[in-house]
Structure formats: C-alpha cells, structure tokens
Design a protein around this ligand. Structure first.
Ligand code: CO
Length: 154
C-alpha cells in the first residue's frame, strides 16, 4: 500500500528531472546575420551534458543575394579556423566556401542570402568541455569580422 502511495510522487520527480533536459531550449541556438559582416550573437555557448545534439538556426534578415552578401555558420577548433577559412575562399560558392571533405569542419551550414534561413544539427560527442572553438562565416572576405567563440560547458 505504501509503495502505491509513493509511486505517483516518484513518477512526477522523474518527469521533472527528465523533461527539461529532453526539451531544453538551450540546445537550439539562433544566429542572425544581415547585409553586413556581423553575427548576432557574437558569442555562443552550449552545455555538453544537457545537449547530446545542438541545432544552430541561421537566419539572414538582409536583402542582398548570397552571391554578394552570403553567410554561413562554420564551427572548427580555434586553431583550425584561419586555415579552414582561407581554404574555403578558394573552394568558391559552388562548394559553400568550404573545401570539400575538410575534416577540420566540425559543423557547417550552407551559404544563404537575404531572406533565407538554414540550420545544422550536430552531435556534441566529439566536443571537449572547455575546448577552444570558433564559429565563423567562410564567405570570401568575411572571416576577419564574422567570427566568435563557441563555448562548451559541462
Ligand atoms: Co558572411
């Protein structure tokens, strides 16, 4: 009889602990770009223990076409960011300004233009808590201005 009384309370506790993790909004990150060389936000953070996967939604609120003012969202180790961006420029828009098969790229969206949006979902399994990661736009000439730290917390 006692277990019957306590069972619902236990079930409620389990629900309270499990549901926020499974539905956590923190595992979805919105990034806005426009007809300039800026990311908003300028810094991003995720919790590895709360998010086995992260989704980044990239929205281009500007008017310019992707040929002239395209943007993407690319994640690499900070140590790889410079070289990955430079190689990406040579890869051209046909390859989304990413060298095909570039293993340094941990996650990337396609290039989008004004009025478009895109997203990428990736596993956090290979990301290191406290690791040094950078997100940037690999569109030719944008890297110097369009980058920010991607922080992985416990
Ligand atoms: Co850009």
């Amino acid at each position: 009889m006692k277990t019957r009384i306590f069972t619902p309370a236990f079930a409620l506790l389990v629900t309270m602990f499990v549901t926020p993790t499974a539905l956590s909004q923190d595992c979805t990150l919105d990034v806005d770009v426009g007809d300039n060389l800026m990311f908003a936000p300028t810094e991003m953070s995720i919790s590895k223990s709360e998010c086995s996967e992260v989704t980044v939604n990239l929205t281009h609120g500007g008017n310019l076409p992707k040929m002239g003012m395209g943007h993407n969202w690319v994640l690499t180790l900070s140590a790889d960011a410079d070289a990955t961006a430079q190689d990406g420029w040579q890869a051209t828009l046909d390859n989304q300004y990413i060298m095909p098969g570039d293993a340094r790229v941990l996650a990337t969206t396609d290039i989008i233009g004004g009025g478009e949006s895109t997203s990428v979902t990736f596993s956090t399994e290979g990301l290191e808590v406290g690791g040094d990661y950078t997100y940037f736009c690999s569109f030719v000439g944008h890297y110097a201005a369009m980058k920010g730290p991607f922080i992985v917390t416990e």
